[in-house]
Write a protein that binds this ligand. Structure first.
Ligand SMILES: C[S@@+](CC[C@H](N)C(=O)[O-])C[C@H]1O[C@@H](n2cnc3c(N)ncnc32)[C@H](O)[C@@H]1O
Length: 335
């Protein structure tokens, strides 16, 4: 297209060439020089190679992060001095009587973040036979039990008796037991081999487990069958009880000696000193509020109990512990 002045007007796709110079209106040399200087200053890399804008952004970020770290550190120090000034008794298990109604809501988010549901499921699926769960809390393991004993195949594909014949749920807090009972009965109204007791895990007795009851009910002699549980489960319980070692020893005595297992999923000390220092510093505050000593050495408790370790695993910097235990059978001992 030719303008009245004889220059070609700019059309989409047309290129500026010497044969096709820009009109005076379009090409302003001083504006062009300014643009060039601006681009050199703003966008061109400095000798260290980092553009000014990126440097400014990094500076602001570092400043914000250091202010936030300072704030966190000051809050942490405040909490530590509060924690250290408290005189908290070793037995804080009564806290659960008041926290029972809000317990699930309080732990839900952190359990999701730590993917604890999967770890619970993987452990509870090992439960078989007459099962006792102590420190059952609000029944956060209920959904993972395989109800009903029957013939099937185990993890390795071998023929085995699988599933739970009976379940007994025990917790020191009656409020916690009530929540477990309500959840279980709502989900499994047809499963009747189940019992709920508000009791100290360290004093649980085996009250006619289902196998003994069934034999007696069928008119058979049950006197050969010592009263044991085939599986004892406890998740996040050692942190809350007054005598964790004594309780584990007692559980070992009521576990079937040959094939019986004690399944634990617990939390406590970490692999790392820096994390243990934080847990130690804040432990009294956490125990007073939540009824749980989160700095316990779960490995030392298990070792002191004398139970035999079949399997141990740790996650989350070593603070989450999974154990499969069995009663220690001394050489030549016959139960
Ligand atoms: C942190 S909660 C864990 C609840 C549940 N097992 C879970 O995994 O979510 C600890 C539970 O242990 C119970 N507990 C504390 N001491 C106990 C004891 N000596 N015997 C039985 N239960 C106890 C508390 O009442 C509480 O319900």
């Amino acid at each position: 297209m030719v303008s009245r002045r004889g220059t070609k007007s700019k059309t989409p796709g047309s290129k500026r060439t010497s044969a096709n110079p820009p009109s005076r209106k379009q090409f302003n040399p001083s504006l062009h020089r300014f643009q060039e200087r601006y681009e050199q200053k703003e966008f061109q890399a400095k000798p260290h190679g980092i553009p000014v804008r990126v440097l400014s952004f990094m500076g602001v970020t570092v400043l914000a992060m250091s202010m936030y770290s300072g704030y966190l550190y000051a809050s942490y120090q405040r909490e530590v001095s509060k924690a250290q000034s408290l005189d908290v008794p070793r037995d804080v298990s009564d806290r659960y009587n008041s926290t029972a109604p809000t317990f699930d809501a309080e732990v839900e988010l952190s359990e999701k973040a730590m993917r604890l549901g999967k770890k619970r499921g993987d452990l509870i699926r090992l439960a078989r036979g007459d099962v006792l769960e102590v420190s059952c809390g609000t029944g956060r393991n209920l959904e993972y039990y395989d109800l009903g004993e029957r013939r099937g195949t185990d993890d390795q594909g071998h023929a085995a008796v699988i599933g739970c014949r009976s379940l007994t749920f025990v917790d020191l807090s009656p409020q916690m037991v009530d929540i477990t009972r309500e959840k279980f009965q709502a989900a499994n109204p047809e499963f009747t081999h189940v019992a709920f007791r508000a009791q100290d895990a360290g004093a649980v007795t085996v009250e006619a487990p289902a196998r003994v009851r069934d034999l007696a009910g069928a008119g058979k002699d049950a006197s050969d069958h010592r009263a044991y549980y085939d599986t004892i489960v406890q998740t996040m319980g050692l942190c809350s009880m007054a005598d964790p070692v004594g309780t584990l020893r007692h559980l070992g005595e009521i576990t079937e000696p040959e094939r019986g297992r004690i399944l634990l999923l617990e939390h406590g000390r970490s692999h790392y000193d820096w994390l243990n220092r934080i847990l130690d510093n804040l432990a009294p505050l956490h125990a007073d509020k939540h009824g749980c000593w989160w700095n316990r050495d779960i490995g030392a408790i298990v070792e002191e109990s004398g139970l035999e370790v079949v399997e141990v695993k740790r996650w989350h910097f070593g603070t989450t512990w999974r154990y499969v235990l069995r009663p220690k059978i001394l050489c030549g001992e016959k139960k």
